[in-house]
Structure formats: structure tokens, C-alpha cells
Design a protein. Structure first.
Length: 256
């Protein structure tokens, strides 16, 4: 078969004109290709590199720099953690003076959220508040709140400090910040407002988380009366613990 093919091609003879024509065509095409390549290659390379850097930058921001979740830790210090898609802390901010003071003594950025919360709770600055039997409230706003709450419920927040873990709509984060409140404190305010407590955001800012929790328990257990001036002043005076117990409702989870 190979000999037959070779014989067939052997019958083909090109004239000098055909050879010259092909040579000119190929020479001209080669010059055009090199000319186009010479003018195009640097720009193409720069464009490709720029596109690659943009894609890498967007990908890096998507996974590491885009805030997707918020964890508010309220004892009386209010500390709010901003998380990226890998559940790592991008930013930690004190939402009141006590929270700002606590963060002066602990570094949380870059840590996994559970590690960050546990470091916060175990820090010497926070322990001075927890020593007074204050119970933390941890509020999570995220599309994957159930996953984050599951981790928190198995952490020292619930198992050791018997804290309250709640979820909130992520849209409420901006509203809380507009009022100068942490997510956790703002959510309690919303719940109290829904029960007709008559309390304002300014009132809730002046009352400890402990007292707000206790008041919320009363409403969830059937209270209907609004808070009057005398009771409001008493609430602002400090946290008086009682045996009201813990409660369960829609978006809350509690350590036993």
C-alpha cells in the first residue's frame, strides 16, 4: 500500500511557475504572520496577565475578603466578628466601650470563628465580666447560620458558660449599626418591641445584656405589661440575677 501511494504522488510534477507561486504565497504569508505576531504579542501578553490578576484578585476577595457572616458576642462587652466564606475572622469590633477595652487585650483577626469566640471568652478582660455570673448571648447572621450555631452550641459558650445562641436575619446587621448597637443587642430590642415593651433603642443601650435577657424571658413566658419608668430605672441600675431559667423559642438555642 505504501509503494502504491508513493507511486501515485510520484506522478505529480510541479512546473517552475507553480513552484514560484507557492514560494511567493508562503513567503508573503510568513511575513504577514510575523508582522501580526510582532504587533500583537506584547499587548496580548499584557492583557492576559492583567485578566489573570483580576481573576485571582476577585477569587481571593470572594473567599477571603468578602464578608458573609456576623457573630455578635454580648456579655456586657459587645464584640462583633465579621467572617469570610471560610469562617475566618476578617474584623473584630467593639460595639460599646467595654467591648473596645476587651479587644485591646486579644487578637482575633485571621482565626477560625470558634477559636476566636473561645479566645474572647477566655481572655482575662472578658473573665472579669463572666466572674459576675453574666451569661453571654451569641447572635449569628448568615446564610449558613445553622452550621455556625451548631459549632457554637458545642463550644464553651454553651457547655461552660451556658450562653444563649440565636440567629438573626443578615439584613438586620446594617440596622443595628445605624442605631449604634451590636447585632445581638439590637435583636433583643426588636423582640422586646414586638412584645410591646415600649422600650426604645436608647433604653436598650443603657441596660445590660443580662437584664435585657431576663426581661425577654418574662415576655416569652406570657408577660403583657409594658415597662414603666420605675422599672426602666431599675433595669438601668444593674443586673440582678434570678432563677428565671432558660427558654426555647423560634430562633434561639441555649446551653444546658
Amino acid at each position: 500500500m505504501y509503494d502504491e501511494i508513493q507511486d501515485a504522488f510520484g506522478q505529480i510534477h510541479a512546473t517552475d511557475e507553480m513552484k514560484q507561486s507557492v514560494l511567493e504565497y508562503l513567503s508573503g504569508k510568513k511575513r504577514r504572520n510575523w508582522k501580526a505576531l510582532g504587533s500583537f504579542r506584547p499587548y496580548a501578553l499584557i492583557s492576559a496577565c492583567a485578566l489573570m490578576l483580576i481573576c485571582l484578585g476577585i477569587g481571593n476577595w470572594y473567599f477571603f475578603g468578602m464578608p458573609v457572616a456576623y457573630v455578635s458576642v454580648d456579655v456586657n462587652p459587645s464584640v462583633e466578628l465579621t467572617l469570610n466564606r471560610r469562617n475566618r475572622v476578617m474584623d473584630a469590633e467593639g460595639r460599646n466601650k467595654d467591648g473596645q477595652m476587651v479587644l485591646e487585650h486579644v487578637q482575633l483577626e485571621g482565626k477560625d470563628y470558634l477559636e476566636a469566640v473561645e479566645l474572647l471568652m477566655e481572655s482575662e478582660a472578658m473573665q472579669s465580666y463572666l466572674a459576675e455570673n453574666e451569661k453571654p448571648t451569641v447572635t449569628v447572621a448568615s446564610a449558613k447560620a445553622d452550621e455556625l450555631l451548631s459549632g457554637l452550641e458545642n463550644s464553651i459558650v454553651a457547655t461552660h458558660y451556658h450562653g444563649m445562641c440565636r440567629s438573626a436575619e443578615i439584613e438586620t446587621v446594617a440596622s443595628a449599626h445605624d442605631c449604634g448597637m451590636s447585632l445581638g443587642r439590637y435583636q433583643i430590642y426588636q423582640l422586646l418591641a414586638g412584645y410591646g415593651s415600649g422600650m426604645t433603642t436608647e433604653d436598650c443601650q443603657k441596660i445590660s445584656i443580662c437584664q435585657l435577657q431576663q426581661l425577654l424571658v418574662q415576655y416569652e413566658n406570657g408577660r403583657t405589661a409594658a415597662v414603666d419608668e420605675k422599672e426602666l430605672e431599675s433595669l438601668k441600675s444593674g443586673c440582678a440575677h434570678h432563677s428565671g431559667g432558660q427558654h426555647h423559642s423560634g430562633h434561639s438555642h441555649h446551653g444546658e
